[in-house]
Write a protein that binds this ligand. Structure first.
Ligand code: SAH
Length: 258
């Protein structure tokens, strides 16, 4: 039965069980500890570490100031792809505007987007290296980029401070959003990062076969196409439609060659 008078906020627990904070190649162990502390104060739990330079260590634990449970449960991965492959929404964070403009969100929009997507599946919020942030290959795995507004002359926050702010915004957004209890049985799940990776492989192969793409002279075509499709946030049925189209194009091109 539908509860049409529902006015309850979205339970934070349901959101934090879907959201993972991913730190890429963090150099200073203190930042991992401080991030765990920042997460725990905002009710977050799930920390993923991609190739951390030093982990675990006494300094990590000391800076966590009691958020040891988050460190104990932290998942260490070899690549960002591995850390986000099952996610339906991946949001990168950046201290500066990027050369290829990604879909940009402010922290508040980002938090509301996360609450919305939590019904569809797993979500990752990705934080870069202290020295150089995230590289373009890593950004290609993301649907959008969030930049915390700062002093334009001094825009780079400490990574744990950035985590603090975004976890706070998610907490606030959950408390401001009225829970949607109507069950939409027709809702089609979003495509995961791994499904998108397989689609991009197929797209590249198809474009190469029909002579539209030359892997020897790639220019920025694949990057731009990934940006386009990631921004669109395809659901699984849209993705199979596109895969079907690619198969038909390949069939037609192969028949032509016979
Ligand atoms: N020199 C680096 C700064 C990295 S700061 C660069 O130019 O990218 C380390 C990480 O903290 C960033 O990769 C990002 O994840 C986060 N961060 C720092 N400042 C931020 C801001 N203003 N908005 C969003 N994330 C930020």
């Amino acid at each position: 039965m539908k509860d049409i008078d529902n006015n309850n906020p979205v339970p934070l627990d349901r959101i934090v069980n879907k959201v993972r904070i991913v730190m890429v190649e963090t150099t200073h162990p203190g930042n991992i500890g401080a991030a765990a502390r920042a997460m725990k104060t905002m009710g977050h739990k799930r920390l993923y570490l991609v190739r951390p330079k030093i982990f675990p260590s006494a300094e990590v634990t000391a800076r966590a100031a009691g958020a040891d449970d988050i460190l104990a449960d932290a998942i260490v991965c070899n690549s960002l792809q591995e850390a986000v492959q099952d996610c339906v929404l991946v949001v990168a964070t950046s201290a500066r505007p990027r050369s290829i403009p990604w879909q940009n969100l402010d922290p508040r929009e980002c938090a509301h987007r996360i609450i919305e997507a939590a019904d569809s599946g797993q979500i990752a919020l990705v934080f870069g290296r202290e020295s150089s942030g995230l590289n373009n290959d890593e950004l290609e795995l993301c649907n959008s980029v969030v930049q915390i507004p700062t002093n334009t002359q001094f825009s780079s926050l400490n990574v744990a401070s950035a985590i603090q702010i975004l976890c706070y915004e998610i907490r606030q957004a959950a408390s401001e959003t009225v829970e949607d209890v109507s069950e939409d049985e027709n809702k089609i799940p979003l495509a995961s990062t791994e499904q998108m990776r397989l689609f991009y492989e197929h797209l590249e192969q198809c474009m190469t076969e029909v002579g539209f793409y030359d892997p020897e002279k790639p220019r920025r075509l694949m990057r731009r196409l990934k940006r386009l499709f990631n921004r669109a946030q395809l659901d699984q049925s849209e993705l199979s439609m596109l895969r079907g189209f690619l198969v038909a194009v390949q069939d037609a091109a192969r028949k032509d060659k016979i």
